[in-house]
Design a protein. Structure first.
Length: 483
């Protein structure tokens, strides 16, 4: 009898846990179990992909005054790993990729100024001692042999020799042009016609970075569908953590510096060696979804990566001790596969990625509602509503956000952003990320993530009504609310 009571109690606890998982976001779709950490929720936990959602790098010769972005990747497992790093323009065109070989428990820091301006990538190798044979001496004292990862290809011993070093100057110059909105003339596997503009015009180099665990060192880009195939380069082990910080060392423009964790995107189910079919991936879409829709990828959602949220709440402070707020926003663009060139613009759709709605509340609860970015055709022109490029930094009181129509004198408030769009075939929810950068007095700076209101599986609630009958916010006790 006692055994039966214990069994009933255990079953009750399991049921409560399952109910909590389902009711946390009661209208969410997909990822309906807790097996293998099966969740759309994004956390700072070991992941298979890291996203640096925004970087900015000065191109001048003096690193002591140029803005820079640093990031660090850490392998928290005893097995060696390959980190495949891709640098993207703010219009989502990959213009540089390289590999970092990590021993077990290894850490590697990178300066984007070194990579972009100086044209240098940290040097790593599977044969760290240069002896010509891979032995325990190449690994750390508590890590496995550098060939011990069962997910590695048999060719890894030669593929991962002598990675990094100086980037060929011709390529480095074209990368700088691409990241500053100049014509891109480098011939590569993407088949972008010579002379295309593949990013926005900036004084500094601007873009974003992805870091994927990989099965070998290669130059296959994430825009290549074969990257995700069952025999492709991408791996699915959740073993990486990462962080970054931005610095502005020029005292004349403000000695600002701020840091944060990178976006940690898990593979679910994880494990490269586990056969996975489409039905095993319970997400409605995935982070790399737009590149996995063709047969060469092994099937839709073949990357298995968690999607990112579309609904955000971001605090702002303005005009207090010289305080200003910038939102650094990463969007899932609309270009799929290899970009093409229309006129002089490649991937121009990703220069004006639409959204659903933005509402700004001051500290007195006054809402200011701006134009929506909803449109019924693609590419969505700027005049149809508010839009953002794939990544960028935007002042919270800038023209992209609702203007104050209440003559408010409040020094701050918060912004509701529904960044979802319907430009991806078959869905109107998309991956997005928002970080907040607050600076003040020419000396102080802080970076932190905005709050997501629902996860990457939450449905798009659409445009809210101005009379409050369709309220912004989490579901209330009667299950009303947007999500």
């Amino acid at each position: 009898m006692r055994k039966v009571s214990i069994l009933v109690a255990i079953l009750a606890l399991v049921s409560v846990g399952a109910f909590a998982q389902q009711s946390r976001f009661p209208n969410s779709i997909g990822a309906g179990t807790t097996l293998n950490d099966d969740s759309c929720d994004i956390g700072v936990t070991p992941a298979a992909t890291l996203l640096l959602p925004y970087f900015e790098v000065g191109l001048g010769p003096d690193s002591n005054v140029e803005p820079n972005t640093f990031f660090t990747i850490t392998n928290v497992s005893r097995l060696p790993q390959v980190a495949h790093i891709t640098v993207w323009t703010d219009w989502s065109v990959p213009v540089l990729d390289f590999n970092i070989f990590l021993t077990g428990y290894d850490v590697q820091s990178l300066s984007m100024y070194d990579v972009i301006t100086r044209g240098f990538v940290p040097e790593t190798s599977i044969d760290r001692n240069g002896s010509g044979s891979i032995t325990a001496a190449d690994s750390g004292p508590r890590s496995a042999l550098n060939t011990a990862n069962p997910a590695f290809f048999g060719s890894v011993s030669t593929d991962c020799l002598n990675q990094g070093g100086n980037i060929p100057e011709g390529l480095a110059a074209e990368v700088r042009d691409a990241l500053t909105g100049q014509p891109y003339n480098f011939t590569n596997a993407q088949n972008i016609p010579t002379g295309c503009v593949v990013g926005g015009a900036h004084e500094n180099a601007v873009g974003y970075v992805t870091v994927d665990v990989a099965r070998t060192c290669s130059t296959t880009l994430p825009t290549d569908p074969t990257y995700y195939s069952p025999t492709g380069d991408i791996a699915h082990d959740n073993v990486l953590i990462g962080d970054y910080f931005h610095i502005g060392p020029d005292a004349a423009t403000g000695n600002f510096a701020g840091g944060n964790t990178m976006v940690h995107i898990r593979a679910i189910p994880e494990g490269t060696l586990t056969p996975v079919v489409d039905a095993d991936v319970t997400f409605p879409y995935t982070f790399y979804d737009r590149y996995t829709t063709v047969a060469e990828s092994g099937g839709e959602r073949a990357d298995r990566r968690q999607p990112l949220p579309g609904l955000w709440a971001a605090r702002y402070v303005e005009d207090v001790l010289g305080a200003d707020t910038d939102y650094r926003i990463w969007r899932e663009g609309v270009t799929q596969g290899a970009p093409t060139c229309t006129g002089a613009q490649a991937a121009s759709q990703n220069a004006v990625v639409p959204l659903t709605e933005i509402v700004r509340f001051d500290e007195s609860e006054n809402p200011n509602i701006g134009a929506t970015g909803v449109c019924t055709f693609s590419p969505c022109p700027v005049e149809a509503g508010v839009s953002f490029p794939e990544t960028g930094s935007f002042a919270s009181d800038g023209s992209r956000f609702p203007a104050d129509t209440t003559a408010s004198t409040d020094p701050g408030g918060w912004t509701y952003m529904n960044l979802n769009h319907a430009e991806q075939p078959g869905r109107n929810i998309t991956s997005n990320w928002v970080t907040i950068n607050i600076t003040a007095d020419g000396r102080y700076s802080v970076d932190y993530d905005a709050a997501w209101l629902g996860n990457g599986c939450s449905p798009n609630p659409g445009v809210t009504s101005t009379d409050g009958t369709n309220p912004i916010g989490p579901a209330e006790n009667d299950n009303e609310g947007l999500f």
